[in-house]
Design a protein around this ligand. Sequence first.
Ligand code: DQA
Length: 150
Amino acid sequence: MADTQQPVWVLNGPNLDRLGTREPDVYGTVDYPTLVEQVVEAASGLGFTAEVRQTNDEAELIGWLHEAADARIPVVLNPAAFTHYSYAIRDACAMLTAPLIEVHLSNPLAREEFRHTSVVGGVASGSIAGFGIESYRLALRALRGMIPTP
Ligand code: DQA
């Protein structure tokens, strides 16, 4: 493995900090700290150093996307409910300068109709949904294929 690991940011939107107790029939019983641990571990195995963040605040998420754009850092993003209506998040994603993978734990297309629209998907390199935490691992694998190893 190369000495310099490629940074990747894994950004999570509102209510994902409540994983474990939040609608376990939909999102499973794995809690957010465990998700972070597993994502960091999976990333490391692929030669990435993952910074995993979560916010319930749209403005904060936009700020992180601006930072990622400026630093040319690839992003795995679970925009959570912002997926379905936040043009501000979409516009910030459109400014990214490295690949963006949209992820979802659940499969929004198999759920309520308002979840069938992603305003973010159109500016992402690709989207992965419906595999629980595995969605994040698949996203990291996809990124690995898109970014040359240093
Ligand atoms: C979600 C799906 C969204 O519809 C929902 O608002 C979330 C989580 C997912 O990971 O399955 O908060 O993004």
